[in-house]
Design a protein around this ligand. Structure first.
Ligand SMILES: [Zn+2]
Ligand SMILES: [Zn+2]
Length: 248
C-alpha cells in the first residue's frame, strides 16, 4: 500500500487581497480548532508536536482538540515513520516524504490555487465535494532544494480516491468541511501530492464564493508546472475586483 499522510492544512483566498506581506511568506495558517487565522497580531501558531501537521492559535485550542485529533495524529506520524522503512530506486522514501512536506509548505499558495482552478470552483463550488486534484511529481535529485521535484502530471480524480482509502483522513476532511461550511465557506478542497509510492493529502478550506476574487484560469496546469520547474515560491494569483486587478 502506498504511504499517504496528511500535510499541513491551508486556506484558499482567505480574506480578499491583502497588503500584508505576512501571509505571502508563510501562507495562511488556520487554527484547527476554532478556525482563527494567523496574523501578525495573533503571534505564531503552535504546531502539534506529534504529527507536526495541525496547528493551533492557543494552548486551550490545542488541548480541546486533542480527543478528536489523537487518532489522525498517531496515524500521520505512523505513516511518516513507515516511509522510513522503505527504499525506492536509490533514494529513500523517508527523504522523499521529508522533501514533499517541504515542497508542500513552500508551494502552499500555488497548490491551493491550482486545486481551486482544476475543480473550477468559481463556477461550480459543489465540485469541491466530488473531486480532488492529484499532482504527480517526479524526483529530480537536484542539489537546489527548491527544485527537487518536477510536475509529471495533473489529474482531476474523484475525492473518494482519498476518502475511500483512509477512513481517518476521510473523517478529518469531513470535520473541516463542516466547519468551513458553517463559516460560510464552500468546503474542504483536497489536493493530493504524489511522488512514487509516497503521497500527501493537503486539505484546503475554501472561502465563500462572495470572497473569492481569483480570476479563472484554464492554463493553471502550465502555471503550476512552470513555477515548480523554476523553483519559484513567489506565485501570486491574479484577482480582478471592482477596485482593480491584484497580483497576490
Ligand atoms: Zn484556536
Ligand atoms: Zn497531531
Amino acid at each position: 500500500m502506498a504511504t499517504a499522510y496528511y500535510s499541513r492544512p491551508a486556506a484558499a483566498n482567505y480574506h480578499s487581497p491583502s497588503s500584508s506581506s505576512h501571509h505571502k511568506e508563510r501562507g495562511y495558517r488556520l487554527c484547527d480548532t476554532c478556525g482563527a487565522v494567523e496574523t501578525p497580531a495573533t503571534g505564531r501558531f503552535r504546531l502539534c508536536g506529534g504529527c507536526m501537521t495541525t496547528q493551533y492559535c492557543s494552548q486551550d485550542c490545542q488541548k480541546s482538540h486533542w480527543a478528536s485529533h489523537k487518532a489522525v495524529c498517531q496515524h500521520t506520524s505512523s505513516q511518516l515513520s513507515a516511509a522510513k522503512q522503505h527504499a525506492v530506486s536509490g533514494y529513500s522514501d523517508e527523504n522523499v516524504a521529508k522533501y514533499l512536506r517541504k515542497f508542500t509548505s513552500t508551494f502552499t499558495d500555488l497548490l491551493s490555487w491550482a486545486g481551486f482552478q482544476a475543480l473550477q470552483l468559481k463556477r461550480c463550488p459543489a465540485n469541491v465535494r466530488q473531486q480532488a486534484l492529484l499532482v504527480e511529481l517526479s524526483f529530480q535529485n537536484s542539489s537546489d532544494p527548491m527544485r527537487r521535484f518536477a510536475v509529471k502530471g495533473t489529474y482531476v480524480v474523484p475525492r473518494t480516491y482519498v476518502t475511500d482509502a483512509d477512513a481517518l483522513v476521510a473523517a478529518d476532511i469531513q470535520r473541516r468541511e463542516d466547519r468551513c461550511r458553517r463559516a460560510g465557506g464552500i468546503g474542504c478542497l483536497v489536493v493530493i501530492i504524489q511522488c512514487g509510492g509516497v503521497s500527501q493529502v493537503m486539505p484546503v478550506e475554501v472561502d465563500p464564493p462572495s470572497k473569492i476574487s481569483w480570476d479563472e484560469r484554464d492554463d493553471w496546469s502550465d502555471v503550476l508546472a512552470h513555477f515548480v520547474h523554476s523553483g519559484r515560491p513567489d506565485f501570486k494569483p491574479v484577482s480582478t475586483t471592482p477596485r482593480g486587478i491584484y497580483y497576490g
